[in-house]
Design a protein around this ligand. Structure first.
Ligand SMILES: Cc1ncc(COP(=O)(O)O)c(C=O)c1O
Length: 382
């Protein structure tokens, strides 16, 4: 491990009171992010507004996101949410012709499924890729469905329900062989799993800053491959999606000559401050180092749970999982409440209790989680 977890923990006051295993729902507030919000408020108090400074902050955030994903600034849009990014892309795709299929994994977060199904009004036919009995979606399931009619393959890097991680590179190869685009939702991995959009080969990636990026809700990002961006003309748009020279022109629509065309209205200024401070923590620690730390802790946790007779919904293979462990429960809501009463913060989906590990978790957190689970054996599926 190349960072000092105990020192890091001092920057997250909540950890003095709670065992926090819910970072895939909302990353913890750090002193750094609190300070960033205060910086914004100080400017509001002192000057009322600072549009030049805020636009610089917005561009500095774009630079950070580009660095995080291995992309260039011109390939990054700062959005209001992951949903806003998917909507902007969907609005640019033509589903009227023969290439009207959307192949969506069954690991999609609801918003992704819903947005793609909304395109059925525009001619899209959405086909879901089912998971197997082991909580994974093997490449063969995609291979069976991706064909020459496929416009887009919508996938999630790490599933919000069970923590399984898809073989993105393999899916990209299958999609590109049939001429389809790949839209990756990396909200449940970014900040905890290294993402190199070029190495993965995805065409588009979306996510947000509230979870493993330790920022805040109300802001997101979109990556679009440079050569692709100018071939897609979104009909969901706004003045911050235009070229700078045309943003005040009410007579024409002149989308920016890069991925900035997937933005819309005024950027979420306070959230730009918070998101930058959160990403700085992540970049400072190193995403590969965070992944190694999280993998060791969560791997140990899985082993101990299996030995104790618990059932896991998460694949045990390290290459097939992200930072989340999902434990099968008889009553997941009741179990989350019992854990909360023991100051262990988790969440549940799909009948499973989720423990979502991050850089600031330590072995004491693993102990606290397992002790609290085993103290409520009747609520666990064994
Ligand atoms: C994988 C995934 N995608 C999308 C979303 C929703 O993102 P947004 O609310 O920013 O549109 C979430 C939120 O939890 C998520 O986990």
């Amino acid at each position: 491990m190349s960072f000092d977890v105990e020192r890091l923990r001092e920057r997250f006051p909540t950890l003095a009171r709670k065992t926090y295993l819910n970072s895939g729902s909302y990353g913890l507030l750090s002193l750094d992010v609190r300070r960033a919000f205060e910086d914004y408020l100080d400017i509001r108090d002192e000057r009322g507004s600072d549009w030049p400074g805020w636009m610089a902050q917005h561009e500095a955030l774009r630079t950070r996101v580009a660095k995080l994903l291995g992309a260039s600034e011109d390939e990054i849009a700062i959005t209001a949410s992951a949903s806003a990014g998917i909507n902007a892309i969907a609005s640019a795709l033509d589903f009227a012709g023969p290439r009207n299929k959307v192949i969506a994994s069954d690991f999609e977060f609801p918003t992704s499924g819903q947005i793609w199904h909304a395109q059925s009004q525009r001619g899209a036919q959405v086909v879901h890729v089912p998971e197997d009995a082991h909580g994974f979606i093997p490449l063969q399931h995609f291979e069976r469905l991706i064909d020459e009619q496929t416009r887009v393959v919508a996938i999630t890097h790490v599933c919000f329900r069970n923590g399984a991680k898809l073989d993105v590179g393999g899916i990209v190869k299958l999609a590109h062989a049939k001429g389809a685009l790949v839209v990756l939702d990396c909200f449940q991995s970014v900040g905890a799993v290294p993402i190199d959009v070029k190495a993965l080969g995805v065409d588009i990636a979306v996510g947000g800053m509230s979870k493993y990026l330790l920022g805040t809700a109300g802001i997101g990002f979109l990556y679009c491959r440079r050569e692709l961006a100018t071939t897609l003309t979104p009909s969901a748009s706004g003045w911050f999606a235009q070229d700078e020279s045309t943003m005040m022109d009410i007579h024409h629509y002149t989308p920016a000559h890069n991925a900035h065309r997937f933005q819309a209205g005024t950027p979420p200024v306070p959230n730009c401050y918070a998101a930058a401070a959160g990403i700085d923590i992540i970049l400072g620690l190193g995403v590969a180092e965070i992944e190694a730390h999280v993998r060791a802790l969560s791997g140990e946790c899985m082993e101990r749970l299996l030995q104790a007779g618990c059932q896991l919904a998460t694949p045990r293979d390290d290459t097939r999982r992200g930072p989340t462990i999902a434990v099968r429960a008889n009553d997941d809501n009741a179990l989350v409440a019992k854990l909360a009463a023991a100051n262990v913060v988790t969440s549940c989906r799909d009948g499973n209790v989720r423990a979502m590990f991050h850089c600031y978790n330590n072995r004491a957190d693993v102990d606290a989680f397992i002790d609290a689970l085993l103290a409520n054996r009747a609520l666990l599926r064994t």
